[in-house]
Write a protein that binds this ligand. Structure first.
Ligand SMILES: C[S@@+](CC[C@H](N)C(=O)[O-])C[C@H]1O[C@@H](n2cnc3c(N)ncnc32)[C@H](O)[C@@H]1O
Length: 433
C-alpha cells in the first residue's frame, strides 16, 4: 500500500520495491555527480541524456536518491567510513535517511550488501557539530567567528537539509495574485500566498508548471520568496533609470521591470552571454518593454563609465558561494572552499565599486548575496563604506515596511532558511549623499 510521508521530505514518498537495475542506475548517477567537478544538476542532466530510455518515475527516484546523498553527505560518510563508495553511500541513505526497509531492497542488493545494510541500522557514529549541521568545518568556523551560536547554527544546518518549497512570483504587469492563485487551484494545484512577499505564491509539492498557460503567458515565474524581497528592497519606481548589475538569466530583472510597470529604463548587465541568452525567452513572456540586456566585458566595461552618476537604483546580486541555497544546491558545500570564497571576495568588492559609480546623488544601491558567510556579506559592505564616505546605510527593515513587508531584520537584511523558509540571503541598501 502506498504510504505518504509529509513530515520529513528526506523520507521516500512511497513504499516501493527497488529493482536491481534501478538501484544500479542510481549508483551510476551518484558516481557521476560525486566528484563535484560541475554542478550536480548539470551532471545529472548529462547522466539522463546518456540514459535516455529511463522512464519518468525512475528518473525521479534517481534524482531524489542523488540529492538525498548530497544533503546528508557528512552523516552518510560517517556511517560508511572507511569505505564511502557511491554504492555504500546510497544504501546508507536509503536505509537510514529515506526509511526503506530491507525487504524493499532485497532485489537491489547482494547477500553481502544486505547483511551490511542490516548492520547499518544500529550504527550511531559520534558526530561533530559540523557533521550534524551537514556543513563543512570551515563554514561552521566562519559562522561561529561571525557570532552565530551553536543552536542557531544547528537549526540553520538542519533546515537546509530539506528541499526548498516551490515559490512563484506573480507578474503584476499581467495579473493579480488572487487571480493567479485561482487559476492554479482551478488546475488542481494547491498553493497559498507567501507570508512576506506581496506577489509571491507557495505551491504544494512540485507540480509541472511550465506547460500551463499561466506560465507560458508570463503571468507567473518561479522565484524564491527571498529573491522577491531583494527587489522590494531596491523598490525601483516608474520612469526611473535602473541597473541590474549581475542580471544573469534575469530572475530579478523581470521583477524590477514589473515593479517599474514597464516604464523608464532597466539595464540588465552580465558578463555571461549564455545567462543573458536565457533571459530572452523569459523577457518575451513577461511583456516588459523597458529592459535592455547588455553583455559586459567586465565590471570595468566602458559602458559603465558612460552611465556614471546617472542611475536612480542599482542592484548588485553578486556572484557568491551560494551557501544560502543548499536546500536546492546541496553540492555547493562540497564544491566551495576557503580559496574559492577568497576569489569571490575580490570580485564582489570590485563589482560593488563599479556599480556604486553608476548611482546618482540621492540614488539607491543594493548589495545582495545568497550566502551566509560574513566574508561575502558584512566584510564586503564594511570595507566599501570605509572607502566610500559618500554612501551610507539605509534601514532595510524600514524600507521593507514601506513596501508592506513586515520582517524584524534590522538595518541589514538577513534571510534565514530556518526562520523565514526562504533561501539564505544577505542584503543592504545604501544611498549616495
Ligand atoms: C547571483 S548570480 C545573478 C542571478 C540573477 N540576478 C537572478 O536573479 O537570476 C550572479 C551573476 O553575476 C554575474 N557576474 C559575474 N561576474 C560579473 C561581473 N564582473 N560583472 C557583472 N556580472 C558578473 C554572473 O555571470 C552571474 O550571472
Amino acid at each position: 500500500m502506498a504510504r505518504r510521508s509529509w513530515n520529513d521530505p528526506n523520507l521516500k514518498e512511497f513504499t516501493m520495491a527497488i529493482s536491481h537495475s534501478l538501484f544500479q542506475h542510481a549508483v551510476d548517477a551518484l558516481r557521476r555527480v560525486l566528484p563535484c567537478d560541475k554542478p550536480a544538476d548539470a551532471a545529472l542532466s548529462a547522466f539522463f541524456r546518456d540514459n535516455h530510455k529511463l522512464g519518468q518515475q525512475d528518473r525521479h527516484f534517481i534524482a531524489e536518491s542523488v540529492f538525498a546523498v548530497l544533503r546528508r553527505h557528512a552523516l552518510l560518510t560517517a556511517l560508511t567510513a572507511p569505505q564511502s563508495t557511491p554504492k555504500r553511500l546510497l544504501i546508507a541513505s536509503l536505509v537510514r535517511v529515506r526509511g526503506h526497509n530491507l525487504r524493499e531492497l532485497s532485489d537491489a542488493l547482494t547477500e553481502a550488501d544486505r547483511k551490511w545494510a542490516g548492520e547499518l541500522k544500529a550504527l550511531e557514529p559520534e558526530l561533530s557539530l559540523a557533521q550534524r549541521a551537514e556543513l563543512p568545518d570551515w563554514v561552521v568556523e566562519a559562522l561561529q567567528a561571525g557570532g552565530m551560536d551553536d543552536d542557531t547554527l544547528l537549526t540553520l544546518g538542519r533546515a537546509m537539509q530539506h528541499p526548498a518549497p516551490l515559490d512563484l512570483r506573480v507578474n503584476t504587469l499581467k495579473t493579480r495574485r488572487e487571480d493567479a492563485l485561482a487559476a492554479l487551484q482551478a488546475a488542481g494545484i494547491s498553493a497559498e500566498a507567501t507570508p512576506l512577499s506581496p506577489f509571491g505564491l507557495r505551491v504544494k509539492g512540485k507540480p509541472a508548471l511550465t506547460k500551463m498557460p499561466l506560465f507560458t503567458s508570463g503571468q507567473i515565474e518561479v522565484q524564491d520568496e527571498g529573491s522577491q524581497l531583494l527587489g522590494l528592497l531596491l523598490a525601483p519606481r516608474r520612469g526611473e533609470m535602473v541597473v541590474d548589475f549581475c542580471a544573469g538569466a534575469g530572475g530579478k530583472t523581470l521583477l524590477l521591470g514589473a515593479m517599474m510597470a514597464s516604464t523608464g529604463r532597466l539595464y540588465a548587465f552580465d558578463i555571461s552571454e549564455k545567462r543573458l541568452a536565457n533571459l530572452k525567452p523569459r523577457l518575451a513572456r513577461s511583456g516588459l518593454s523597458n529592459v535592455h540586456p547588455q553583455l559586459l566585458a567586465s565590471e570595468n566595461d566602458s559602458r559603465i563609465k558612460r552611465l556614471a552618476g546617472k542611475i536612480d537604483r542599482v542592484l548588485v546580486d553578486a556572484p557568491c558561494s551560494g551557501l544560502g541555497t543548499l536546500r536546492r544546491n546541496p553540492d555547493l558545500k562540497l564544491r566551495q572552499s576557503p580559496d574559492s570564497v577568497a576569489q569571490l571576495n575580490a570580485t564582489q568588492a570590485s563589482i560593488l565599486n563599479a556599480a556604486a559609480s553608476l548611482v546618482k546623488p540621492g540614488g539607491r544601491l543594493v548589495y545582495a548575496t545568497c550566502s551566509l558567510l560574513p566574508a561575502e556579506n558584512d566584510a564586503i559592505v564594511d570595507a566599501f563604506l570605509a572607502s566610500h564616505p559618500e554612501f551610507s546605510l539605509l534601514n532595510a527593515e524600514a524600507l521593507l515596511a514601506e513596501q508592506r513587508v513586515q520582517l524584524a531584520t534590522g538595518e541589514r537584511l538577513r534571510l534565514n532558511p530556518a526562520r523565514d523558509n526562504t533561501d539564505g540571503f544577505f542584503a543592504v541598501a545604501l544611498t549616495r549623499a
